[in-house]
Ligand binder design. Structure first.
Ligand code: COA
Length: 321
């Protein structure tokens, strides 16, 4: 049994924040942000709009595209590092809203790799015969925990959600998934406080993303190079067998480095970082949905999905769409 992508969906908050808008908040410029990251604008969740709200919209579109309803789903996984609450999980909140009976529902926190991790878990459940219709979501409101005085981070991130419905099928779908972590790099990209850190978050300025961007950049480029090699080797495929690269959208320079490593032209790479910024776990499914709905990615084509994020975590999925 394979896990086949039956439908995808995505959703973005209405409010657009441009690089020009950021110029009035921190010492930065539209030119610097575009040149160093490729980002032109990002979306910001409205006050009161939560990760689950974004996830719900994306999930409903994915279910529609698959011709299914919430009641058909037998497993629901949400990749997020910005859940509405500590508990219930965002997956449980979403399950109730979608009327998804009493299926198992849980969140996966693998930061920006959350969707690939969730997809990998879903794939194992389907291969094992333990689930046959799985809703996998990547949803974030990461801008809620940005320090709007820190120009090294606040210009990079945005909010959004993407979803995919995976169904069991005898025809090839996901060929393989590969996920890894190295907690030794934890402090390069993290929040310095959380729930159990022993001091109050507000005494440290709240829960805020802290990053040593330059160091993250170097490890990301190197690690993504290795994971794409691992994924191709596991499937005995050549670089030239790939039709599309659907990468995590953190920085256009990182995306270009991975494309170069794969000898792929940028025409074969889905890029949304210009409009979305880094939406963490939402970035890969947002890009996937945009690629499918725009008609660029077609049934039968081979897609390489990859992501890298805080932890560090990273992963890839090779998919016949
Ligand atoms: N506007 C203007 N200048 C800025 C800036 C901003 N928004 N942010 C940083 N700078 C400055 C720095 O202060 C530094 O100034 P200095 O030379 O006077 O000290 C200079 O730009 C270069 O900083 P550096 O951090 O070396 O830049 P960079 O080329 O590495 O780009 C990032 C910074 C954050 C864009 C880049 O490192 C990056 O994208 N890293 C990976 C981040 C990532 O992907 N994180 C998520 C992983 S999922």
């Amino acid at each position: 049994m394979y896990a086949r992508i039956a439908g995808t969906g995505s959703h973005l908050p209405e409010r657009v924040m441009t690089n020009k808008d950021l110029e009035s908040l921190v010492d930065t410029s539209d030119q610097w942000i575009r040149e160093r990251t490729g980002i032109a604008e990002r979306r910001i969740a409205a006050e009161g709009e939560t990760t689950c709200d974004l996830a719900e919209q994306a999930a409903r579109k994915a279910l529609d595209a698959a011709g299914l309803t919430g009641a058909d789903i037998d497993l629901l996984i949400v990749g997020t590092t910005t859940p509405d609450l500590v508990f219930p999980s965002t997956a449980c909140l979403l399950q109730h809203r979608l009327g998804a009976a009493e299926c198992a529902a849980f969140d996966v926190n693998a930061a920006c790799s959350g969707f690939i991790y969730a997809m990998s878990v879903a794939d194992q459940f389907i291969r094992a015969g333990s689930a046959s219709k799985v809703l996998v979501v990547g949803a974030e409101t990461l801008t809620r925990m940005l320090d709007w005085n820190d120009r090294g981070t606040c210009v990079l991130f945005g909010d959004g959600a993407g979803a995919a419905v995976l169904v069991a099928d005898s025809e090839p779908g996901i060929l393989s998934t590969h996920i890894h972590a190295n907690g030794g790099y934890g402090d390069l990209l993290c929040t310095e406080v959380g729930v159990s850190t022993g001091f109050k978050a507000e005494e440290r300025g709240g829960v805020r993303v802290s990053m040593r961007g330059n160091e993250v950049f170097k490890v990301a480029v190197n690690t993504l190079g290795r994971i794409v090699d691992e994924t191709l080797a596991a499937n005995q495929l050549e670089k030239s067998d790939l039709d599309w690269l659907i990468p995590h959208q953190a920085n256009l320079r990182i995306i270009k480095a991975t494309a170069k490593k794969l000898n792929m032209s940028m025409d074969q790479v889905i890029v949304t970082v210009d409009k979305h910024g880094n939406t963490s776990a939402a970035s890969v499914p947002l890009a996937l949905d945009e690629a499918i709905r725009s008609g660029r990615v077609k049934r039968g084509e081979k897609l390489l999905l990859e992501a890298f994020g805080g932890g560090f975590t990273w992963g890839a999925a090779l998919v016949v769409y």
